[in-house]
Design a binder for this molecule. Structure first.
Ligand SMILES: NC(=O)c1ccc[n+]([C@@H]2O[C@H](COP(=O)([O-])OP(=O)(O)OC[C@H]3O[C@@H](n4cnc5c(N)ncnc54)[C@H](O)[C@@H]3O)[C@@H](O)[C@H]2O)c1
Length: 286
């Protein structure tokens, strides 16, 4: 039975997942090992809660209750929980290292889950103790709002682990979709073309991001590809592009764009750095 949650990584996704859990009444430990990351994560959570209060969606008393449920923590040894959701950098070696540490700290009943967008659950699972208690749990950004969670079953994940994760997601008011491990799972596999084609159009026609975004948003897409890439974070989106390209045998249609690569080397990661395809200090094209 899942009660205590720990979330590893207090960035864009970790802070959103922590808020999703806390707002559904789960006690959460939010861990990050990088200086300043916990403060940044806490500020993001407070801003998102305040937005809900200002919109009249929740009362200030309810908002205070959400925050009380989150314990901010910089010592991995304190990360003892029934379910641990990892949301750190999209690098397999870093994720495996963290899971190996967490497995030593926690008992064999603890479920370990990765929020990876594109890395192989089977490959991570092979490297950690109790692989049957490991699965993918892929939230979407912003995690406290988006309903979908992909519950990714690896080769060794057992049915009890998957069933518990499905029940947990429903407890968060989410819509869990179970899928087998495969590059990009469901949504990222389909959506890859949305981003890559938009950047090809930009290169071929010099179209400005807002022209493409406005066209697609007025055609019914909820968010244009450039605004969406800025929300996701260029580093994460580029890593996902690269990982899918490699995993699917380098097809030309999935080749990462030089535009993403350039933005990552320039540190223009989107909303989280204040500039990407758009400039968030002036709310205008970058
Ligand atoms: N950004 C998105 O839209 C999105 C959506 C779904 C899934 N994801 C996945 O979620 C994960 C995190 O993405 P993000 O956008 O939140 O990244 P981010 O860069 O915003 O945050 C990552 C956080 O992890 C911390 N971190 C890095 N290495 C760590 C370690 N070894 N131990 C503890 N903390 C560590 C960093 O300090 C940072 O706070 C990635 O696997 C990504 O693929 C991202």
């Amino acid at each position: 039975m899942i009660h205590q949650i720990a979330v590893i990584g207090a960035g864009t996704m970790g802070s959103g997942i922590a808020l999703a859990c806390a707002s559904s009444g789960f006690p959460v430990i939010l861990f990050d090992s990088f200086p300043g990351a916990l403060e940044k994560g806490k500020a993001a959570i407070e801003k998102n809660i305040q937005y809900l209060v200002n919109k009249g969606k929740i009362s200030q008393v309810t908002a205070n209750g959400y925050l009380v449920n989150i314990r901010f923590c910089d010592e991995i040894i304190a990360c003892k929980a029934d379910l641990i959701i990892e949301a750190i950098i999209e690098k397999p070696e870093a994720k495996i290292r963290v899971f190996q540490q967490l497995a030593q700290i926690n008992g064999e009943n603890c479920i370990l889950a990765s929020n990876t967008s594109s890395l192989s659950i089977n490959d991570i699972q092979k490297e950690i103790p109790n692989p049957e208690r490991f699965a993918g749990l892929h939230f979407f950004n912003p995690a406290h709002i988006m309903k979908l969670v992909e519950v990714v079953s690896g080769k060794f994940s057992d049915s009890d682990t998957i069933a518990q994760l499905v029940t947990f997601c429903k407890g968060l008011g989410k819509v869990p979709v179970v899928c087998k491990d495969s590059p990009g799972f469901i949504v990222n596999r389909v959506a890859r073309n949305y981003y890559l084609e938009a950047m090809r159009i930009m290169l071929a026609t010099q179209a400005a991001p807002e022209v493409v975004d406005n066209a697609l948003e007025n055609a019914g897409f909820k968010m244009g590809p450039f605004r969406l890439m800025d929300l996701i974070g260029m580093d994460i989106n580029y890593a996902v592009s690269q990982s899918l390209y490699d995993a699917l045998g380098k097809p030309e249609r999935l080749k990462p764009s030089p535009i993403q690569q350039q933005l990552v080397s320039d540190g223009k990661l989107g909303r989280k750095t204040g500039i990407g395809f758009y400039n968030y200090s002036t709310q205008s094209p970058a």
